[in-house]
Design a protein around this ligand. Structure first.
Ligand SMILES: Cc1cc2nc3c(=O)[nH]c(=O)nc-3n(C[C@H](O)[C@H](O)[C@H](O)COP(=O)(O)OP(=O)(O)OC[C@H]3O[C@@H](n4cnc5c(N)ncnc54)[C@H](O)[C@@H]3O)c2cc1C
Length: 410
């Protein structure tokens, strides 16, 4: 009979404790400063690189954990430290995964090291998909990539927005339209190497939360990249486009492609859920501690059911969110079909929990919760991102509703 356990194994506990130590000793103490500065915390990224937390190897090791829990456990601890700094540390991973998932071996070998740099000279990378008129609606993308056969170069034009590390990245991964007739199936991703003429940073956004993470527009004006910078290569792209045209001519048949794309999102969304669990847990811990020590009416405020029950609900919802995240992460490595969009469920639930729990924490700390003297104010602002990026809560509900009903819900 198969053994069932929800306990982390010794290796996982060791990794969790190691990352927690870094989050507690390096990230958390730096959080308020970089939130105020609204700048990329380069010295903290460098520290992370020195201890081995900022590298592809680190993520690859967590990714290949056969239980699926490596990534969610790592994300929860890093984001427990601070969401803005943690996003600065893991943001490069988003671009790196794009290369690992779709690139050739040569592309992986050439570009991943340039995305991370070295511990003495750290670099970051950016993944640029969203545009001013194409957020949830990726099909409205306008950035165009045109092939110049004579020079074996691609020419990119357009404006990307909301790009984490956009403009300050050493390597940008840019998603662009190569075949407008095919909608999202006519998109391809390009590597834009360091110092490529025509790529510039547009507006840098002043944000509500995760302010230690750099978010900006990326403007592409006649950006020329070598043919070798098309992720996966031209032959693969041509085959994919030909298949898509064939299916379109045959009147549909896009189901397999749609399912593959959905499986990718379902597998990556739990990682964002784990980030939200980390922020929620951090705020809950501060609130629990405060409620036990703050005295009003001659007794600790936790002595009131009105406060204690809130903490009980906060803890219950955080644990429930983690279980959904772990279930979806396990399903991804076990190759289980996400028939009810369980990955989206985990991201939806955990991000809504983070928003609610951090608001409750502010309330439990009273006036102190409303000031920057205590971290829950920042955690509350940070938590708002989870219901927005990597697909808004509404988009997650849409995906889940379609999966459970098999109807084209709009
Ligand atoms: C801090 C930050 C970092 C980011 N990092 C990156 C990055 O690195 N790379 C990148 O490419 N993008 C990034 N993004 C972009 C992010 O993924 C988008 O903001 C997100 O997908 C939502 O798109 P939008 O902002 O255009 O909102 P919109 O799509 O305009 O949505 C606005 C509102 O309408 C709702 N809505 C839209 N369509 C529907 C529908 N069909 N049914 C119901 N409700 C709907 C949405 O849920 C939302 O509430 C980042 C964003 C932020 C804020």
């Amino acid at each position: 009979m198969a053994e069932f356990t929800m306990e982390l194994n010794d290796d996982q506990k060791q990794v969790r404790d190691w990352i927690h130590g870094f989050a507690a000793e390096v990230i958390r103490p730096a959080a308020a400063e970089w939130d105020e500065r609204e700048e990329t915390p380069w010295p903290v990224i460098q520290e992370a690189a020195k201890v081995g937390i900022y590298s592809l190897d680190f993520y690859a090791q967590q990714f290949f954990d056969p239980t699926g829990l490596g990534i969610p456990v790592a994300m929860e601890e890093l984001f427990w430290g601070d969401a803005g700094i943690a996003l600065s540390i893991v943001g490069t991973g988003l671009a790196a995964i794009g290369v690992v998932a779709n690139g050739t071996e040569e592309q992986i070998g050439t570009w991943i090291p340039q995305m991370y740099g070295t511990p003495d000279d750290v670099k970051v990378a950016a993944f640029c998909s969203s545009e001013p008129d194409a957020g949830s609606d990726v099909g409205s993308m306008r950035t165009r990539a045109v092939y110049d056969q004579a020079k074996d170069e691609w020419v990119l034009n357009g404006t990307k927005t909301w790009a984490t590390n956009g403009g300050i990245a050493n390597v940008h991964i840019v998603v662009a339209v190569v075949d407008p007739e095919l909608g999202t199936k006519g998109h391809a991703s390009f590597i834009v190497p360091p110092n490529t003429p025509g790529l510039s940073q547009g507006q840098k956004f002043k944000k509500h939360g995760i302010r230690a993470s750099h978010t900006a527009e990326v403007v592409l004006e006649d950006v020329r990249v070598p043919g070798s910078c098309l992720l996966g290569g031209k032959e693969k792209l041509d085959e994919r486009l030909a298949r898509a045209h064939e299916r379109a001519r045959a009147g549909g048949g896009g189901e397999r492609v749609k399912n593959a794309a959905m499986a990718t999102f379902e597998a990556s969304r739990p990682a964002v859920g784990a980030m939200a669990v980390g922020t929620a847990r951090a705020a809950y811990e501060v609130a629990l501690d405060y409620a036990k020590t703050r005295t009003q009416f001659g007794r600790p405020i936790i002595d009131n059911q009105g406060v204690a029950f809130q903490l009980a609900d906060m803890r219950t919802s955080i644990d429930a969110a983690r279980l959904l995240v772990w279930r979806a992460s396990w399903m991804a490595v076990a190759g289980k079909p996400f028939t009810s969009a369980e990955g989206s469920m985990s991201k939806l639930f955990a991000s809504e929990v983070a928003k609610k729990v951090t608001a409750q924490a502010v309330q439990i700390l009273g006036g102190n919760g409303f000031t920057r003297e205590y971290p829950v104010e920042r955690m509350h602002r940070d938590s708002a991102i989870y219901t927005i990026f990597e697909g808004t809560s509404e988009i997650q509900r849409l995906v889940i509703a379609r999966a459970i009903s098999d109807m084209p819900i709009r």
